[in-house]
Design a protein around this ligand. Structure first.
Ligand SMILES: NC(=O)C1=CN([C@@H]2O[C@H](COP(=O)(O)OP(=O)(O)OC[C@H]3O[C@@H](n4cnc5c(N)ncnc54)[C@H](O)[C@@H]3O)[C@@H](O)[C@H]2O)C=CC1
Ligand SMILES: O=C(O)CCC(=O)N[C@@H](CCC(=O)O)C(=O)O
Length: 489
């Protein structure tokens, strides 16, 4: 059996449930192995605990050097890694290559952020010096989603290691091969044994890791359902840090704009990039009632119908690859059917051209007439249109969600954008820009059911270390004035 786990600097066979990852289009097996059992999770936690003090005590510059060696290793394996991301997730090679670039860029951005947000500061305070420094939490678990199997776990792992934590990495069970390749790059970079441990496995492994008393924190990117579960599990544990980056039901409001084609292009980039499998994708498109809105939708449907959908390595390259699995494709087709049965009108029906491949064509449904629209994230290329009468009702509808990750406005009016910005409730609020493609140099996170106020990306430094405030003076001296009631004579 393949050695699927990396614990204390050794590759080991998992002893838990067997699982495999498949190319979502061809169904070829790409990776197979066994997950970590609770006992193996425990031994990884022990390894991370043992490795932590020495790693934390290295100088910042020594840790940065290892991170930079990791960036170099990623670069030297860039084509292999992009190919692996493409074949395992189904995303086209051009897009997988941008994911690898984001992973490389994460190093310099995290170093800058560490220095700016969690560095060291000092200044005089009375007859002492006030010093602010930061310490790592200790041993942290990182849970990754499948949609960016390299970039998103990397967005927790890099700042966590930089701050001096040791890490237990539990990747998505749908993308074990990308995780393995990433860990091999860390090994090539010279990361000491035990500082990063890889725990492959499905839900059972995740449950065992989240429940292990030896972790000091858990950084999670994934669905709102799992994130909520973890939040409940961590209640009453203020000693453990929990950072949750979860999904969204993101609104994109369209006002009547002069450049209709620019609006259509921006909607497509917002809704259908990565086959709709980004947490920032537009799920709900709010379009004004009337002739202009009708024209916009007709053009959107016409252009969306021509979008190239194909295998990750198809040439010429498609815009959209597949969704991650046949099961995900089925769930999306079922969700479309459910909406259609409840009064949605199909403007462009999402289809699955081949039953045994997870390729879906873009879908656009007008759900204005659907009563009690489910406030759920449909994680795929299915855009729901809601027609609105006036701008105030569009903003109300945009906010009509438990989530709060991303919201956008396409409008030529700055006054309307100001109103939208003030009244919308989300961690990302864009004006005339696509909802997707958030910058790593900015904080990234949502409110409501989208996160727990611990933004990631540029602000990840904040949850990877805790501040220590010190008042320091080299010698102990009596104050000139004593407090009343204390007699030193
Ligand atoms: N806000 C953000 O930054 C982002 C959010 N996402 C969200 O991620 C989702 C897609 O990713 P998925 O991999 O499907 O998420 P998921 O929630 O199914 O899985 C995430 C991780 O949690 C593990 N897990 C599942 N149940 C668990 C449990 N009960 N206890 C412990 N661990 C458990 C999984 O094995 C996996 O490692 C979408 O909802 C998307 O919106 C994706 C990317 C970014
Ligand atoms: O985490 C970062 O460095 C920046 C945020 C980011 O990359 N966002 C992407 C991915 C969204 C997703 O996770 O699905 C985006 O906004 O497209």
């Amino acid at each position: 059996m393949m050695n699927s786990l990396y614990i204390a600097g050794e590759w080991l066979a998992g002893q838990g449930e067997a699982f495999e990852s498949l190319n979502p289009v061809t169904q070829h097996v790409l990776w197979s192995g066994q997950g970590a059992t609770a006992a193996q999770v425990e031994s990884a936690v022990q390894a991370a605990r043992q490795a932590f003090p020495a790693w934390a005590q290295r100088t910042l510059q020594e840790r940065i050097s290892v991170l930079e060696a990791f960036a170099a290793s990623l670069k030297s394996h860039a084509d292999e890694l992009a190919h692996c991301i493409g074949e395992e997730t189904g995303k086209p090679l051009w897009e997988a290559a941008t994911e690898v670039t984001s992973m490389v860029n994460k190093i310099a951005i995290s170093v800058q952020s560490y220095r700016e947000r969690t560095g060291e500061k000092s200044g005089p305070l009375g007859d002492a010096t006030a010093v602010l420094r930061h310490k790592p939490h200790g041993v942290v678990a990182v849970f990754g989603p499948y949609n960016f199997p390299g970039h998103l776990p990397n967005g927790h792992i890099v700042p966590a290691l930089l701050a001096g934590n040791s890490v237990l990495f539990k990747p998505s069970e749908l993308t074990p091969k990308v995780a393995e390749l990433t860990v091999r790059c860390w090994i090539e970079a010279g990361l000491p044994a035990g500082v990063l441990n890889l725990l492959q496995g499905a839900r059972e492994t995740g449950i065992a890791l989240a429940a292990n008393p030896g972790i000091d924190g858990l950084f999670f990117t994934g669905s709102s359902r799992t994130g909520n579960h973890l939040h409940a599990q961590f209640s009453g544990r203020p000693d453990k840090i929990l950072a949750l980056e979860m999904g969204g039901n993101n609104p994109l409001v369209v006002d009547q704009v002069a450049d209709l084609d620019a609006a259509v292009y921006t909607i497509i980039q917002s809704a259908f990039i990565s086959a709709g499998q980004r947490c920032t994708c537009a799920r709900r498109l709010l379009v004004p009632q009337g002739a202009w809105g009708d024209t916009l939708l007709a053009r959107l449907v016409a252009v969306s119908a021509t979008i190239d959908v194909g295998a990750f390595d198809q040439q010429p390259a498609p815009f959209m690859g597949s969704v991650v699995s046949l099961a995900a494709a089925k769930a999306l087709m079922d969700a479309q059917e459910h909406l259609l049965a409840n009064g949605a009108v199909s403007l462009l029906e999402m289809t699955q051209p081949q039953a045994n491949a997870a390729l879906l064509t873009p879908g656009i449904l007008d759900v204005s007439a659907v009563a009690d629209r489910p406030d759920e994230e449909l994680f795929g290329p299915l855009l729901q249109v809601i027609r609105y009468t006036d701008f105030e009702s569009a903003i109300r509808e945009a906010n009509n969600t438990q989530y709060g990750l991303a919201a956008g406005l396409l409008s030529d009016s700055e006054a309307r954008y100001q109103q939208f910005w003030l009244q919308s409730r989300a961690g990302i609020v864009n004006w005339n820009k696509q909802l997707t493609g958030a910058a790593s140099s900015a904080p990234f996170g949502g409110v409501g059911a989208s996160g727990n106020h611990r933004a990631s990306a540029y602000y990840a430094a904040d949850y990877c270390a805790y501040p220590v405030a010190s008042l320091e003076t080299p010698s102990l001296v009596m104050p000139a004035t004593l407090t009343p009631g204390v007699k030193m004579a």
